[in-house]
Design a protein around this ligand. Sequence first.
Ligand code: NAP
Length: 231
Amino acid sequence: MNNKKNIVITGGNRGIGLGLVENLSSMNNVIFTSRDRVVAEEIVDKAKNRSIEINYVLMDVNDSQSIAKASEEVSQKFKSVDLLFNNAGILLNEYQLPALDTSEKSILDTFNTNTLGVLRVCKSIVPLMKNGGRIINISSGMGQLIEMESGSTAYRISKTALNTITKILSNELIDNNIKVNAICPGWVQTDMGGKNATLTVQESVQKITEFALRKNFPNGKFLRHGEVIPW
Ligand code: NAP
């Protein structure tokens, strides 16, 4: 992947998503998704001041209609999508509770965004990957079965299931020349990761960017900082 790529990044208005937008937009064509038009416009204007063009579409990954509308806008701007980052995700407050005290609502809401949301976005964006492509699902070490500890039940379930979707799609999209991987971005200083996290957004997205654009891109793997890790 040496030339300019057409890239879609969900949840690009803050955190890791915004870091990816900022990192990738100077050398590529980037469309990010946001639920907030005002915030998105500010990001676009800031980039414009640096002579960088970025586009955004409004998208709520919980809402199929919103995804369909956003994808239609993407298809008008990009002849084909080369790279999709499924980054949008949530960690609800109940992560502090043990599994037996976690509400069904918290589990279902988290699953809806972190897991089904990715499948919904893929349903709309995969048909736009006309020349093959790459899908990177931002998962988490907290979804790793081999490292499974206690707490954060809703989040852990959603990310383990996201890894399952990653594996299934990596098999089913082979004939479309689309490669699908899940990555853990590390523990990152964002609203979700908190101030004590070990990595700055820039440190994490630098590794993700290197991986996303590298020549030998794997398929159906779980990786952190470009290295394969166990499921
Ligand atoms: P963040 O700062 O909380 O940002 C989350 C992003 O997801 C925001 O842009 C948010 O948009 C968007 N989002 C949430 N629900 C959405 C929905 N229904 N539709 C569309 N967008 C939605 O989190 P982050 O730390 O950057 O995390 C990004 C990804 O990395 C997540 O998938 C997370 O699980 C994963 N991750 C993070 C860490 C970490 O240490 N930070 C570690 C492992 C994995 P709004 O602004 O509209 O809410």
